[in-house]
Design a protein around this ligand. Structure first.
Ligand code: HEC
Ligand code: HEC
Ligand code: HEC
Ligand code: HEC
Ligand code: HEC
Length: 179
């Protein structure tokens, strides 16, 4: 091979590796289906619900996160509208008393300490600062899980945590966030 040939070969190889590398994370992610369609927008507008009606803090301050069926069943014992999504929800979950198995998009690795109450109540950080427009949208965000690590596809990155702490003049040592 001439030197020129080698340069072309190596450039081609590097490009192929880069493309393969960029494609790898998606190929390793598995999409987890949600049990049903769910619209945050409908519940804010037609049912007048606020975030903490469903995403509650327990009496001890821990965050209950995913709402259990009994937060829904009171309103949905009988249909409130005529949508197929609601009919399915009632037939498959409310009537038989079966908990929907929701998949959560946001998850942190075991070795990271994260507390909702500190951020929401003490720090007065809005849900939207970290979760974007999920709370006002018509569909749940897609949830991916890494086939190898088992972590959900969207973990708030360390850079994003540290960036906001810097902006607000809060600095933490490694052990402030890691267990
Ligand atoms: C009527 C109940 C209800 C209300 C009110 C509600 N949510 Fe939800 N929310 C859900 C359900 C059900 C899910 C799907 C399960 C899950 O992912 O936790 C969800 C999911 C989410 C998620 C995705 C979490 C993840 O990582 O997967 C975010 C973020 C969220 N809600 C934010 C909000 C915000 C912000 C508000 C207020 C503006 C709000 N929600 C109001 C029921 C509700
Ligand atoms: C305060 C009453 C109330 C509560 C609590 C409530 N809903 Fe609803 N829900 C409504 C109303 C009102 C509608 C709109 C009905 C219509 O006009 O079609 C609705 C619509 C729906 C629909 C069909 C539209 C859509 O979102 O895709 C689903 C599915 C649904 N709710 C699931 C749930 C689940 C799951 C929970 C609990 C996490 C819940 N609801 C809690 C009142 C409520
Ligand atoms: C400072 C950033 C931040 C703020 C503010 C915040 N969250 Fe989260 N949220 C996260 C992180 C990070 C996770 C993943 C947590 C974990 O793995 O323990 C998460 C997880 C969730 C989940 C998934 C279920 C669960 O229990 O892990 C829901 C639902 C949720 N948040 C809703 C909300 C709502 C509603 C608000 C406002 C009342 C809010 N969050 C405010 C960062 C935030
Ligand atoms: C949008 C801004 C913002 C983001 C993003 C954010 N934080 Fe914070 N964090 C705060 C504020 C504000 C406080 C201080 C609350 C107080 O004590 O007043 C805080 C406090 C903390 C504390 C001290 C908690 C305690 O119990 O004393 C820890 C630990 C922490 N954050 C970890 C994290 C981690 C991990 C992430 C990323 C997953 C993160 N934070 C993302 C704003 C943020
Ligand atoms: C403000 C909170 C915060 C602070 C301070 C912090 N971390 Fe992290 N760290 C995280 C979060 C959240 C993750 C998981 C998300 C990610 O990998 O970006 C993480 C992930 C990591 C990882 C694993 C990366 C991987 O890919 O698995 C290492 C290693 C790490 N941190 C080391 C450190 C060291 C060393 C320090 C001190 C210089 C530090 N961290 C300070 C929040 C923090």
């Amino acid at each position: 091979m001439t030197i020129r040939g080698e340069v072309f070969f190596l450039t081609g190889l590097a490009a192929a590796l880069a493309a393969g590398w960029a494609g790898l994370p998606r190929a390793l992610d598995r999409r987890i289906p949600q049990p049903m369609e769910f619209s945050h927008k409908v519940h804010a507008e037609k049912a007048g619900q606020s975030c903490e009606d469903c995403h509650r803090f327990r009496a001890d301050g821990s965050f209950a996160g995913i709402p259990p069926l009994d937060r829904c069943a009171g309103c949905h014992a009988a249909p409130m509208g005529a949508t197929a999504a609601e009919k399915k929800f009632i037939a498959e979950y409310v009537t038989p008393g079966r908990e929907p198995r929701w998949a959560a998009e946001s998850a942190q690795p075991e070795n990271v300490y994260f507390s909702h109450i500190t951020h929401v109540k003490r720090g007065k950080v809005k849900c939207e600062s970290c979760h974007g427009n999920v709370g006002s949208s018509n569909a749940l965000p897609p949830v991916y899980v890494d086939r190898i690590s088992g972590y959900s596809g969207k973990v708030m990155s360390m850079d994003a945590c540290v960036e906001c702490h810097r902006q607000r003049g809060l600095e933490f040592s490694c052990l402030g966030c890691h267990k």
